[in-house]
Structures are given as C-alpha cells and as structure tokens.
Design a protein around this ligand. Structure first.
Ligand code: NAG
Ligand code: NAG
Ligand code: NAG
Ligand code: NAG
Ligand code: NAG
Ligand code: NAG
Length: 464
C-alpha cells in the first residue's frame, strides 16, 4: 500500500512540473503571491489580452511596472505605475502589503516606491488582491465582496483605452487625464496633457504645461465640436455631463467582424493621435492639432480662422467687428446700441464654436428659446446648440469676447452672432461687406512656416 504522504508529494511534484511552463504568469496578486521582476513573472488578464509586468522602455535600463497589450508583436505600454520612480535593477517586487495596498518595493526593502495608497479600515487590510481585467484595467478588489477599491483606469498615463473614462468625477473630485511620457526612454510625467476642463460648458483640451494648445471641444451628440470629421465605424462616444460627473469614453461597437485594437495617445511632442493595430503594426489614422486653424488663439478674440485647407487660411473679423490690432477685432461704430434697438443674429455655418470655458449652458432650451434668451440679455454676444441631435438641443451662450473660433470645409456647427440693426439689414439685403483679412506675419514666422502673401488676393499661403 502506498504511503499517503509520499503519494501527495509526488502529486505535488507532478503538478508543479505540469504548471511550470506557465509558472511565470499569475492571474492575481494576493498577500501570499507577489509578482517579482527577478522571476520574470507576468500578471495576465483572463483572456490574456493584456499583461502587467516589469519592463525597460526604449534604450533605458531602468525598470518600471507597466501594462501592455499581450497579443500584439510590438510591446506597447498603455499604463505605467512608477512613472517617476524607476528601479535601477531587477529587484522589484509588486505585492499586497499588510495595509491591504498594492505596493512596489525592492526585494530587501518594504518601504514602497509606489503604492495604490488606499486608506482601508483595519478589518479589510488582509482582504485585498489585484487582478488585471481584459480591458487593460488593473484593479484592487476585496476578495470576499469583489468590491473594487482602486483601479489603474483612474490614474491614466498617456493612453486612453476603450472603456476608460476621461474627465471629472464631481463626487470625489478626481479628474482623470492623460499626460505624455518625457521621452521614448522615460515614461515620467511629461509636459503635455489632454484633459477635460469642466468650467463653463465642459470641453476636452490639449495643454503644454498651463498653455492651451488645442480644443477638441465637447461631444455634441453627433461629433466633437472641434473634430467634426472624427466619425468612425468602430466606436461610439459616451459623453456624460451632470451633477455627478463630466466625462467621456470611447467604446468599440459590439459584434464587429474582426477584433479591433485601438488607442488614443498624447505623445512626447504634444500631439494627440489615434491608431489602429493592423496585423503587424500600429497605423495612425488621425492626429491633432492639424494646421494653423486648430491652434488655440492663432486668430485673436472676435475673429475666426477661415481655413481652405491645412495650409491656406485667413483670420476674419466677425460681422460687425473691425480690426483693432494685427490680431484683435473690435466693434465697429462704437455708438450703435445693440440693446433693444432692432438687433438680431446672423448665422455662420460650419463653425467650431467659441471656447466654452466662458460659455453658459442650459440644456433644457430649444434653439428658438436659446435665441430668445440671448436676445433678451444685452450682454449675450452669440449662441449655439450644445447638442446637434434633432435639430439642436441645449443652449450655449457667450457674453463678452468670442475666442478661438474657426470654420470647417463642411460639417461643423451653426453659430449665431449678435449684430446691430444696420448689419442685420445689410445681411438681409445681401450687402454684406467683405470681412477684413488679418494675418500676423509674426505668428507665422514663429512657427517656421514660409509665407507668401498675395497682395491682390486676401489669402495667405503657407508652404512648409
Ligand atoms: C538582499 O538580501 C539577500 C539575502 O537576504 C542578499 O543576498 C542580497 O545581496 C540583498 N540584495 C540587496 C540589493 O541588498
Ligand atoms: C499617499 O497619500 C498621501 C496622502 O493622501 C500622500 O501624502 C502620499 O504622498 C501618498 N503616497 C504615495 C506613495 O502615493
Ligand atoms: C482577515 O482577518 C480576519 C480576522 O483577522 C479573518 O476573520 C478573515 O478570515 C481574514 N480574511 C482573509 C481573506 O484572510
Ligand atoms: C517641460 O517644460 C520645462 C519648462 O519649459 C522644460 O524645462 C522641460 O525640459 C520640459 N520637459 C520635457 C520632458 O520636455
Ligand atoms: C443629445 O440629445 C439626444 C436626443 O435627446 C440624446 O439622446 C443624447 O444623449 C444627447 N447627447 C448628449 C451628448 O447630450
Ligand atoms: C445676462 O447674462 C449674464 C450671464 O448669464 C448674467 O450674468 C446677467 O445677469 C444677465 N443679464 C440680465 C439683464 O439678465
């Protein structure tokens, strides 16, 4: 008769042998089961779509904990934990500590280099585990209740994945935004960010430091106010703006014939780009900012950037305004009242509507009510719809200067500008005066674009 203890030992040995080819991958990190760089271990998601492990970016030898796509040939890191605190060797260990947090430390040192930093009440500290979801989200959960106490999606790096929310949770104050890497070799927090700005009517914008570079704008139910032609057969956008949150996310349309792998990245050079994985490589199919008219405030207040294509453009004053300086426009005929004096609105089609950080929004109004609201208030300079569905829902109004407006060749929104009775009359009888060309050569030179201004023709051609 076989010794039961001996039998168990050989069973254990056998199972170890069987398991060993995959013993470098874990499906959870628990208090008893850390992830060690020295062992070359990976944490895999259930369907093995994403992997979490230690890596060295580019030509760097430093070690970082990151999440990458597990099923494509090019290592593409979508998230990094210790962005600004790399390890210099392979001694890193990612484990659940006695406080219930996921922490990164070295083999011989328990002081964390990085931590999920959740405050648990004592009774929950022995109950945490970490796992990687198939959407690329690393979550810290309570083993008994499966309650998520922390998630990597709340602390984005430079990549927006499908189902990852960008923007502000008004209940907790958490604002999730993308920040560029410092360089291809350094995932540390760089200078470029892509974020939801919740003031006024929320809009999504690209920044370098505190400098606004480009407004993608808001989702108007049909498209982005700053990117009317971003429509894709693969995704849908969920835009939520209420008392709880101002956020958006992309999701991949279900039941597509092929698996779609996409990402949106703010890169080291300050560009936002979207790419699609196609068999062996990432194919970039869109980026911003694109061309002169995209750049924030390249045309001054109360003017708009009229682009014929990526390199030909002009800055024009809105109707009723005239040039004040090389970049700014001011009201013509300062004396003419626009308050209960026969004024009205002219429509500009195919527009990117002005900066909404200074707009007022009322989602309950129709376009007709919006016009009335704006007309009644003498400081109201312009209005547009917040949601282009069903002929326009929701009312955006601007008081004061109209900032960062442009035309699009097609699509775009209707923008209604307040004008006095005389201009309104002229427009009605088609005696519309030519708007004034304003090109500031300084701006262009600063951007290292060669300018050829044709004096007879109010068009500036920029040849790169
Ligand atoms: C860590 O400790 C082990 C044994 O306790 C020792 O052999 C090793 O040199 C230590 N490593 C470092 C980096 O101090
Ligand atoms: C954890 O949070 C505290 C306070 O919220 C903060 O001071 C500390 O820097 C954080 N630690 C880490 C490792 O993020
Ligand atoms: C955590 O500790 C408590 C009390 O010490 C114990 O009852 C419970 O089973 C532990 N939970 C886990 C998941 O180990
Ligand atoms: C970020 O901006 C600062 C200040 O302009 C500059 O010194 C630094 O080199 C920039 N960092 C990167 C990674 O470009
Ligand atoms: C726009 O309005 C439509 C129709 O009422 C609604 O279904 C949609 O959710 C709205 N979209 C946004 C972004 O507000
Ligand atoms: C006009 O609208 C602005 C902004 O909403 C508001 O501050 C101001 O009180 C309004 N004026 C009148 C007369 O209603």
């Amino acid at each position: 008769m076989m010794n039961p203890a001996k039998g168990n030992t050989s069973l254990l040995l056998l199972s170890l042998l069987l398991v060993c080819p995959i013993c470098t991958s874990l499906d959870t990190i628990t208090p008893d089961q850390p992830l060690k760089d020295g062992d070359g271990q990976l944490l895999l998601s259930n369907q093995k779509t994403f992997a979490l492990g230690f890596f060295s970016p580019g030509s760097s030898s430093y070690r970082y904990v990151g999440i990458w796509y597990n099923q494509i040939t090019e290592q593409t890191v979508a998230w990094v934990a210790n962005r600004d605190t790399p390890l210099k060797d392979h001694s890193g260990v990612l484990s659940i500590n006695s406080k219930g947090n996921l922490v990164l430390h070295t083999q011989n040192q328990t002081t964390p280099i990085w931590s999920t930093n959740v405050s648990f009440s004592v009774s929950f500290t022995n109950n945490s585990m970490a796992k990687l979801l198939d959407i690329g989200n690393l979550v810290l959960v309570q083993q008994d209740s499966q309650r998520v106490t922390w998630q990597s999606f709340d602390y984005p790096t430079n990549t927006l994945l499908p189902l990852m929310k960008l923007g502000l949770d008004r209940r907790t104050g958490l604002n999730r935004f993308l920040t560029s890497w410092k360089s291809k070799d350094d995932p540390g927090i760089g200078n470029h960010s892509f974020r939801m700005v919740p003031t006024g009517y929320p809009q999504v914008s690209l920044y370098t430091g505190q400098t606004l570079l480009w407004r993608m704008g808001f989702w108007n139910g049909v498209t982005w106010s700053g990117v009317p032609r971003i429509l894709s057969e693969y995704f849908k956008v969920s835009w939520v703006n209420n008392q709880d949150e101002s956020t958006f996310m992309y999701s991949i349309i279900p039941n597509l014939p092929t698996k779609v792998i996409v990402k949106m990245v703010v890169d080291e050079s300050g560009i936002v780009e979207r790419s699609l994985w196609q068999e062996t490589t990432w194919v970039e199919y869109w980026f911003a900012p694109q061309g002169f008219c995209d750049n924030y405030l390249n045309c001054g207040p109360n003017s708009y950037c009229d682009s014929h294509n990526l390199v030909i453009f002009e800055c024009k004053c809105f109707l009723g305004f005239e040039p004040k300086s090389s970049r700014d426009c001011m009201r013509e005929k300062q004396g003419v009242s626009m308050c209960n004096n026969g004024e009205g609105f002219v429509k500009l089609a195919h527009m990117k509507v002005p900066d909404t950080s200074i707009a007022h929004a009322d989602m309950s109004l129709s376009m007709k009510e919006c016009e009335q609201k704006c007309l009644r208030n003498c400081s109201c300079m312009a209005y547009a719809s917040a949601n282009e569905s069903e002929g326009g829902i929701g009312c955006l109004t601007w008081h004061g200067d109209l900032v960062d407006t442009r035309t699009f060749p097609d699509l775009g929104q209707d923008l209604y500008i307040r004008v006095d009775a005389v201009v309104l009359d002229d427009v009605g009888s088609s005696v519309v005066r030519a708007t004034t060309l304003m090109i500031s050569a300084n701006i262009l030179v600063a951007r290292a674009i060669t300018l050829a201004i044709n004096a007879g023709n109010p068009v500036a051609e920029a040849i790169c």
